[in-house]
Design a binder for this molecule. Structure first.
Ligand SMILES: NC(=O)c1ccc[n+]([C@@H]2O[C@H](COP(=O)([O-])OP(=O)(O)OC[C@H]3O[C@@H](n4cnc5c(N)ncnc54)[C@H](OP(=O)(O)O)[C@@H]3O)[C@@H](O)[C@H]2O)c1
Length: 336
């Protein structure tokens, strides 16, 4: 298996190196790509140094079986033809193709089989907040149809990339040293703050990130569910948290929901209020599953249920989900 990572120097690219190794992904040759900023840099994978190549419009993808791309939507759009020209399956982490009708949008716990129908050789990895939410929603959807979702997200700095994580560290240092604060990656100072805007605003007053949660959830779950989201950047370093409210076709008891979450694929139930046990981003960075806790009946709606989830958005929200898609294709012998 020849595998490529495009955007190897980035937060997601670096996570790909860890996840592929951790899961013993079958690789005979690994090739890394980046822009001129990281071309020539070397990364070690399974004891071997690999030099980052400059991503160009040439034949470098000849013989590549799977290309994991995480270099932004512009790069994915510009290079998709070059990457897929010789038959490589492109599993793309950007928002470039997610809502295209001829591109499957896949979370293996929910709709793995969609990955088999990919006329353009591209499979899109959903937005990180959507991935972790649908993994949890699926457990309830298996019981009864979810009609409505209200969600508020608490998204870590690293969701905006490696440099954004560095900026948060630097801002805390600057504040504590009484120095002027550098603000480049976020609209405002994030240290000691919350920013209720992720991505740009659209015409209806919601941000693009919020609309991704609406549209992508429907596409992945093949559902008419309506999703109203408020996405907030918080000064956590890694792992996104979400406060989720759902309305189901029939009432679901807390016990029934707990049982469903406890057995749900990709989920870990962490819900023991007496012992102050609930998911928190600080302690769940680097973990594979989506953690669910604080499960309660909605006090204002008989068919409502509310809960709290935490997932590592660089892992399950990006690299791990993409690798799981590739593992599924290998399992069903559907790479080429
Ligand atoms: N961070 C997350 O939690 C997360 C979660 C889900 C999805 N994503 C998506 O994954 C993608 C990468 O995010 P990230 O957080 O890893 O960002 P990042 O840390 O800023 O890294 C960006 C990567 O893209 C590469 N790149 C940029 N322009 C390029 C070009 N023209 N040609 C080749 N490589 C280029 C960069 O390489 P150089 O260093 O050489 O410039 C770098 O490796 C984005 O589309 C993002 O939306 C991120």
């Amino acid at each position: 298996m020849k595998v490529a990572i495009v955007g190897a120097s980035g937060a997601v690219g670096q996570e790909f190196l860890r996840v592929l190794d951790e899961r013993n992904f079958p690789i005979d040759e690994l090739v890394l790509f980046g822009s001129s900023r990281s071309a020539g840099r070397k990364y070690t994978f399974r004891g071997k140094e690999i030099e980052v190549k400059l991503l160009q419009h040439n034949d470098d993808f000849k013989g590549v079986d799977i290309a994991f791309t995480s270099a932004g939507a512009g790069t994915s759009k510009e290079f998709a033809d070059t990457i897929t020209k010789y038959g490589a399956v492109m599993i793309d982490n950007s928002s470039a193709f997610r809502m295209d009708a001829d591109i499957p949008l896949v979370v293996p716990e929910v709709n793995a089989e969609d990955a088999l129908n990919r006329p353009r050789g591209i499979i899109a990895n959903p937005n990180c907040t959507t991935i972790q939410m649908v993994v949890a929603l699926k457990a309830i959807e298996n019981l009864t149809h979810i009609k409505r979702v209200h969600v508020s997200t608490y998204q870590a700095a690293s969701g905006a990339g490696a440099a954004a994580m560095d900026e948060l560290y630097e801002q805390y240092r600057q504040v504590l040293a009484g120095e002027p604060v550098t603000v480049e990656k976020f609209a405002y100072q994030l240290a000691f703050n919350l920013i209720p805007q992720i991505d740009v605003f659209t015409d209806n007053g919601y941000t693009k990130e919020e609309m991704k949660m609406y549209n992508e959830t429907r596409k992945i779950m093949h559902s008419d569910v309506k999703v109203s989201a408020t996405c907030v950047r918080v000064p956590a370093l890694r792992s996104h948290s979400e406060s989720i409210w759902i309305e189901t076709e029939r009432p679901v008891s807390v016990e029934e929901a707990r049982e469903a979450f406890a057995h749900g694929e990709g989920l870990v139930l962490m819900d023991n209020p007496e012992k102050k046990e609930y998911p928190m981003p600080l302690f769940l960075a680097g973990k594979d599953p989506v953690y669910v806790g604080r499960i309660r009946k909605d006090l204002a709606n008989e068919n409502g249920l509310t809960f709290w989830i935490v997932g590592d958005q660089i892992k399950k929200g990006a690299a791990l989900n993409a690798v799981q898609i590739a593992e599924y294709l290998i399992k069903v012998n559907n790479i080429r």
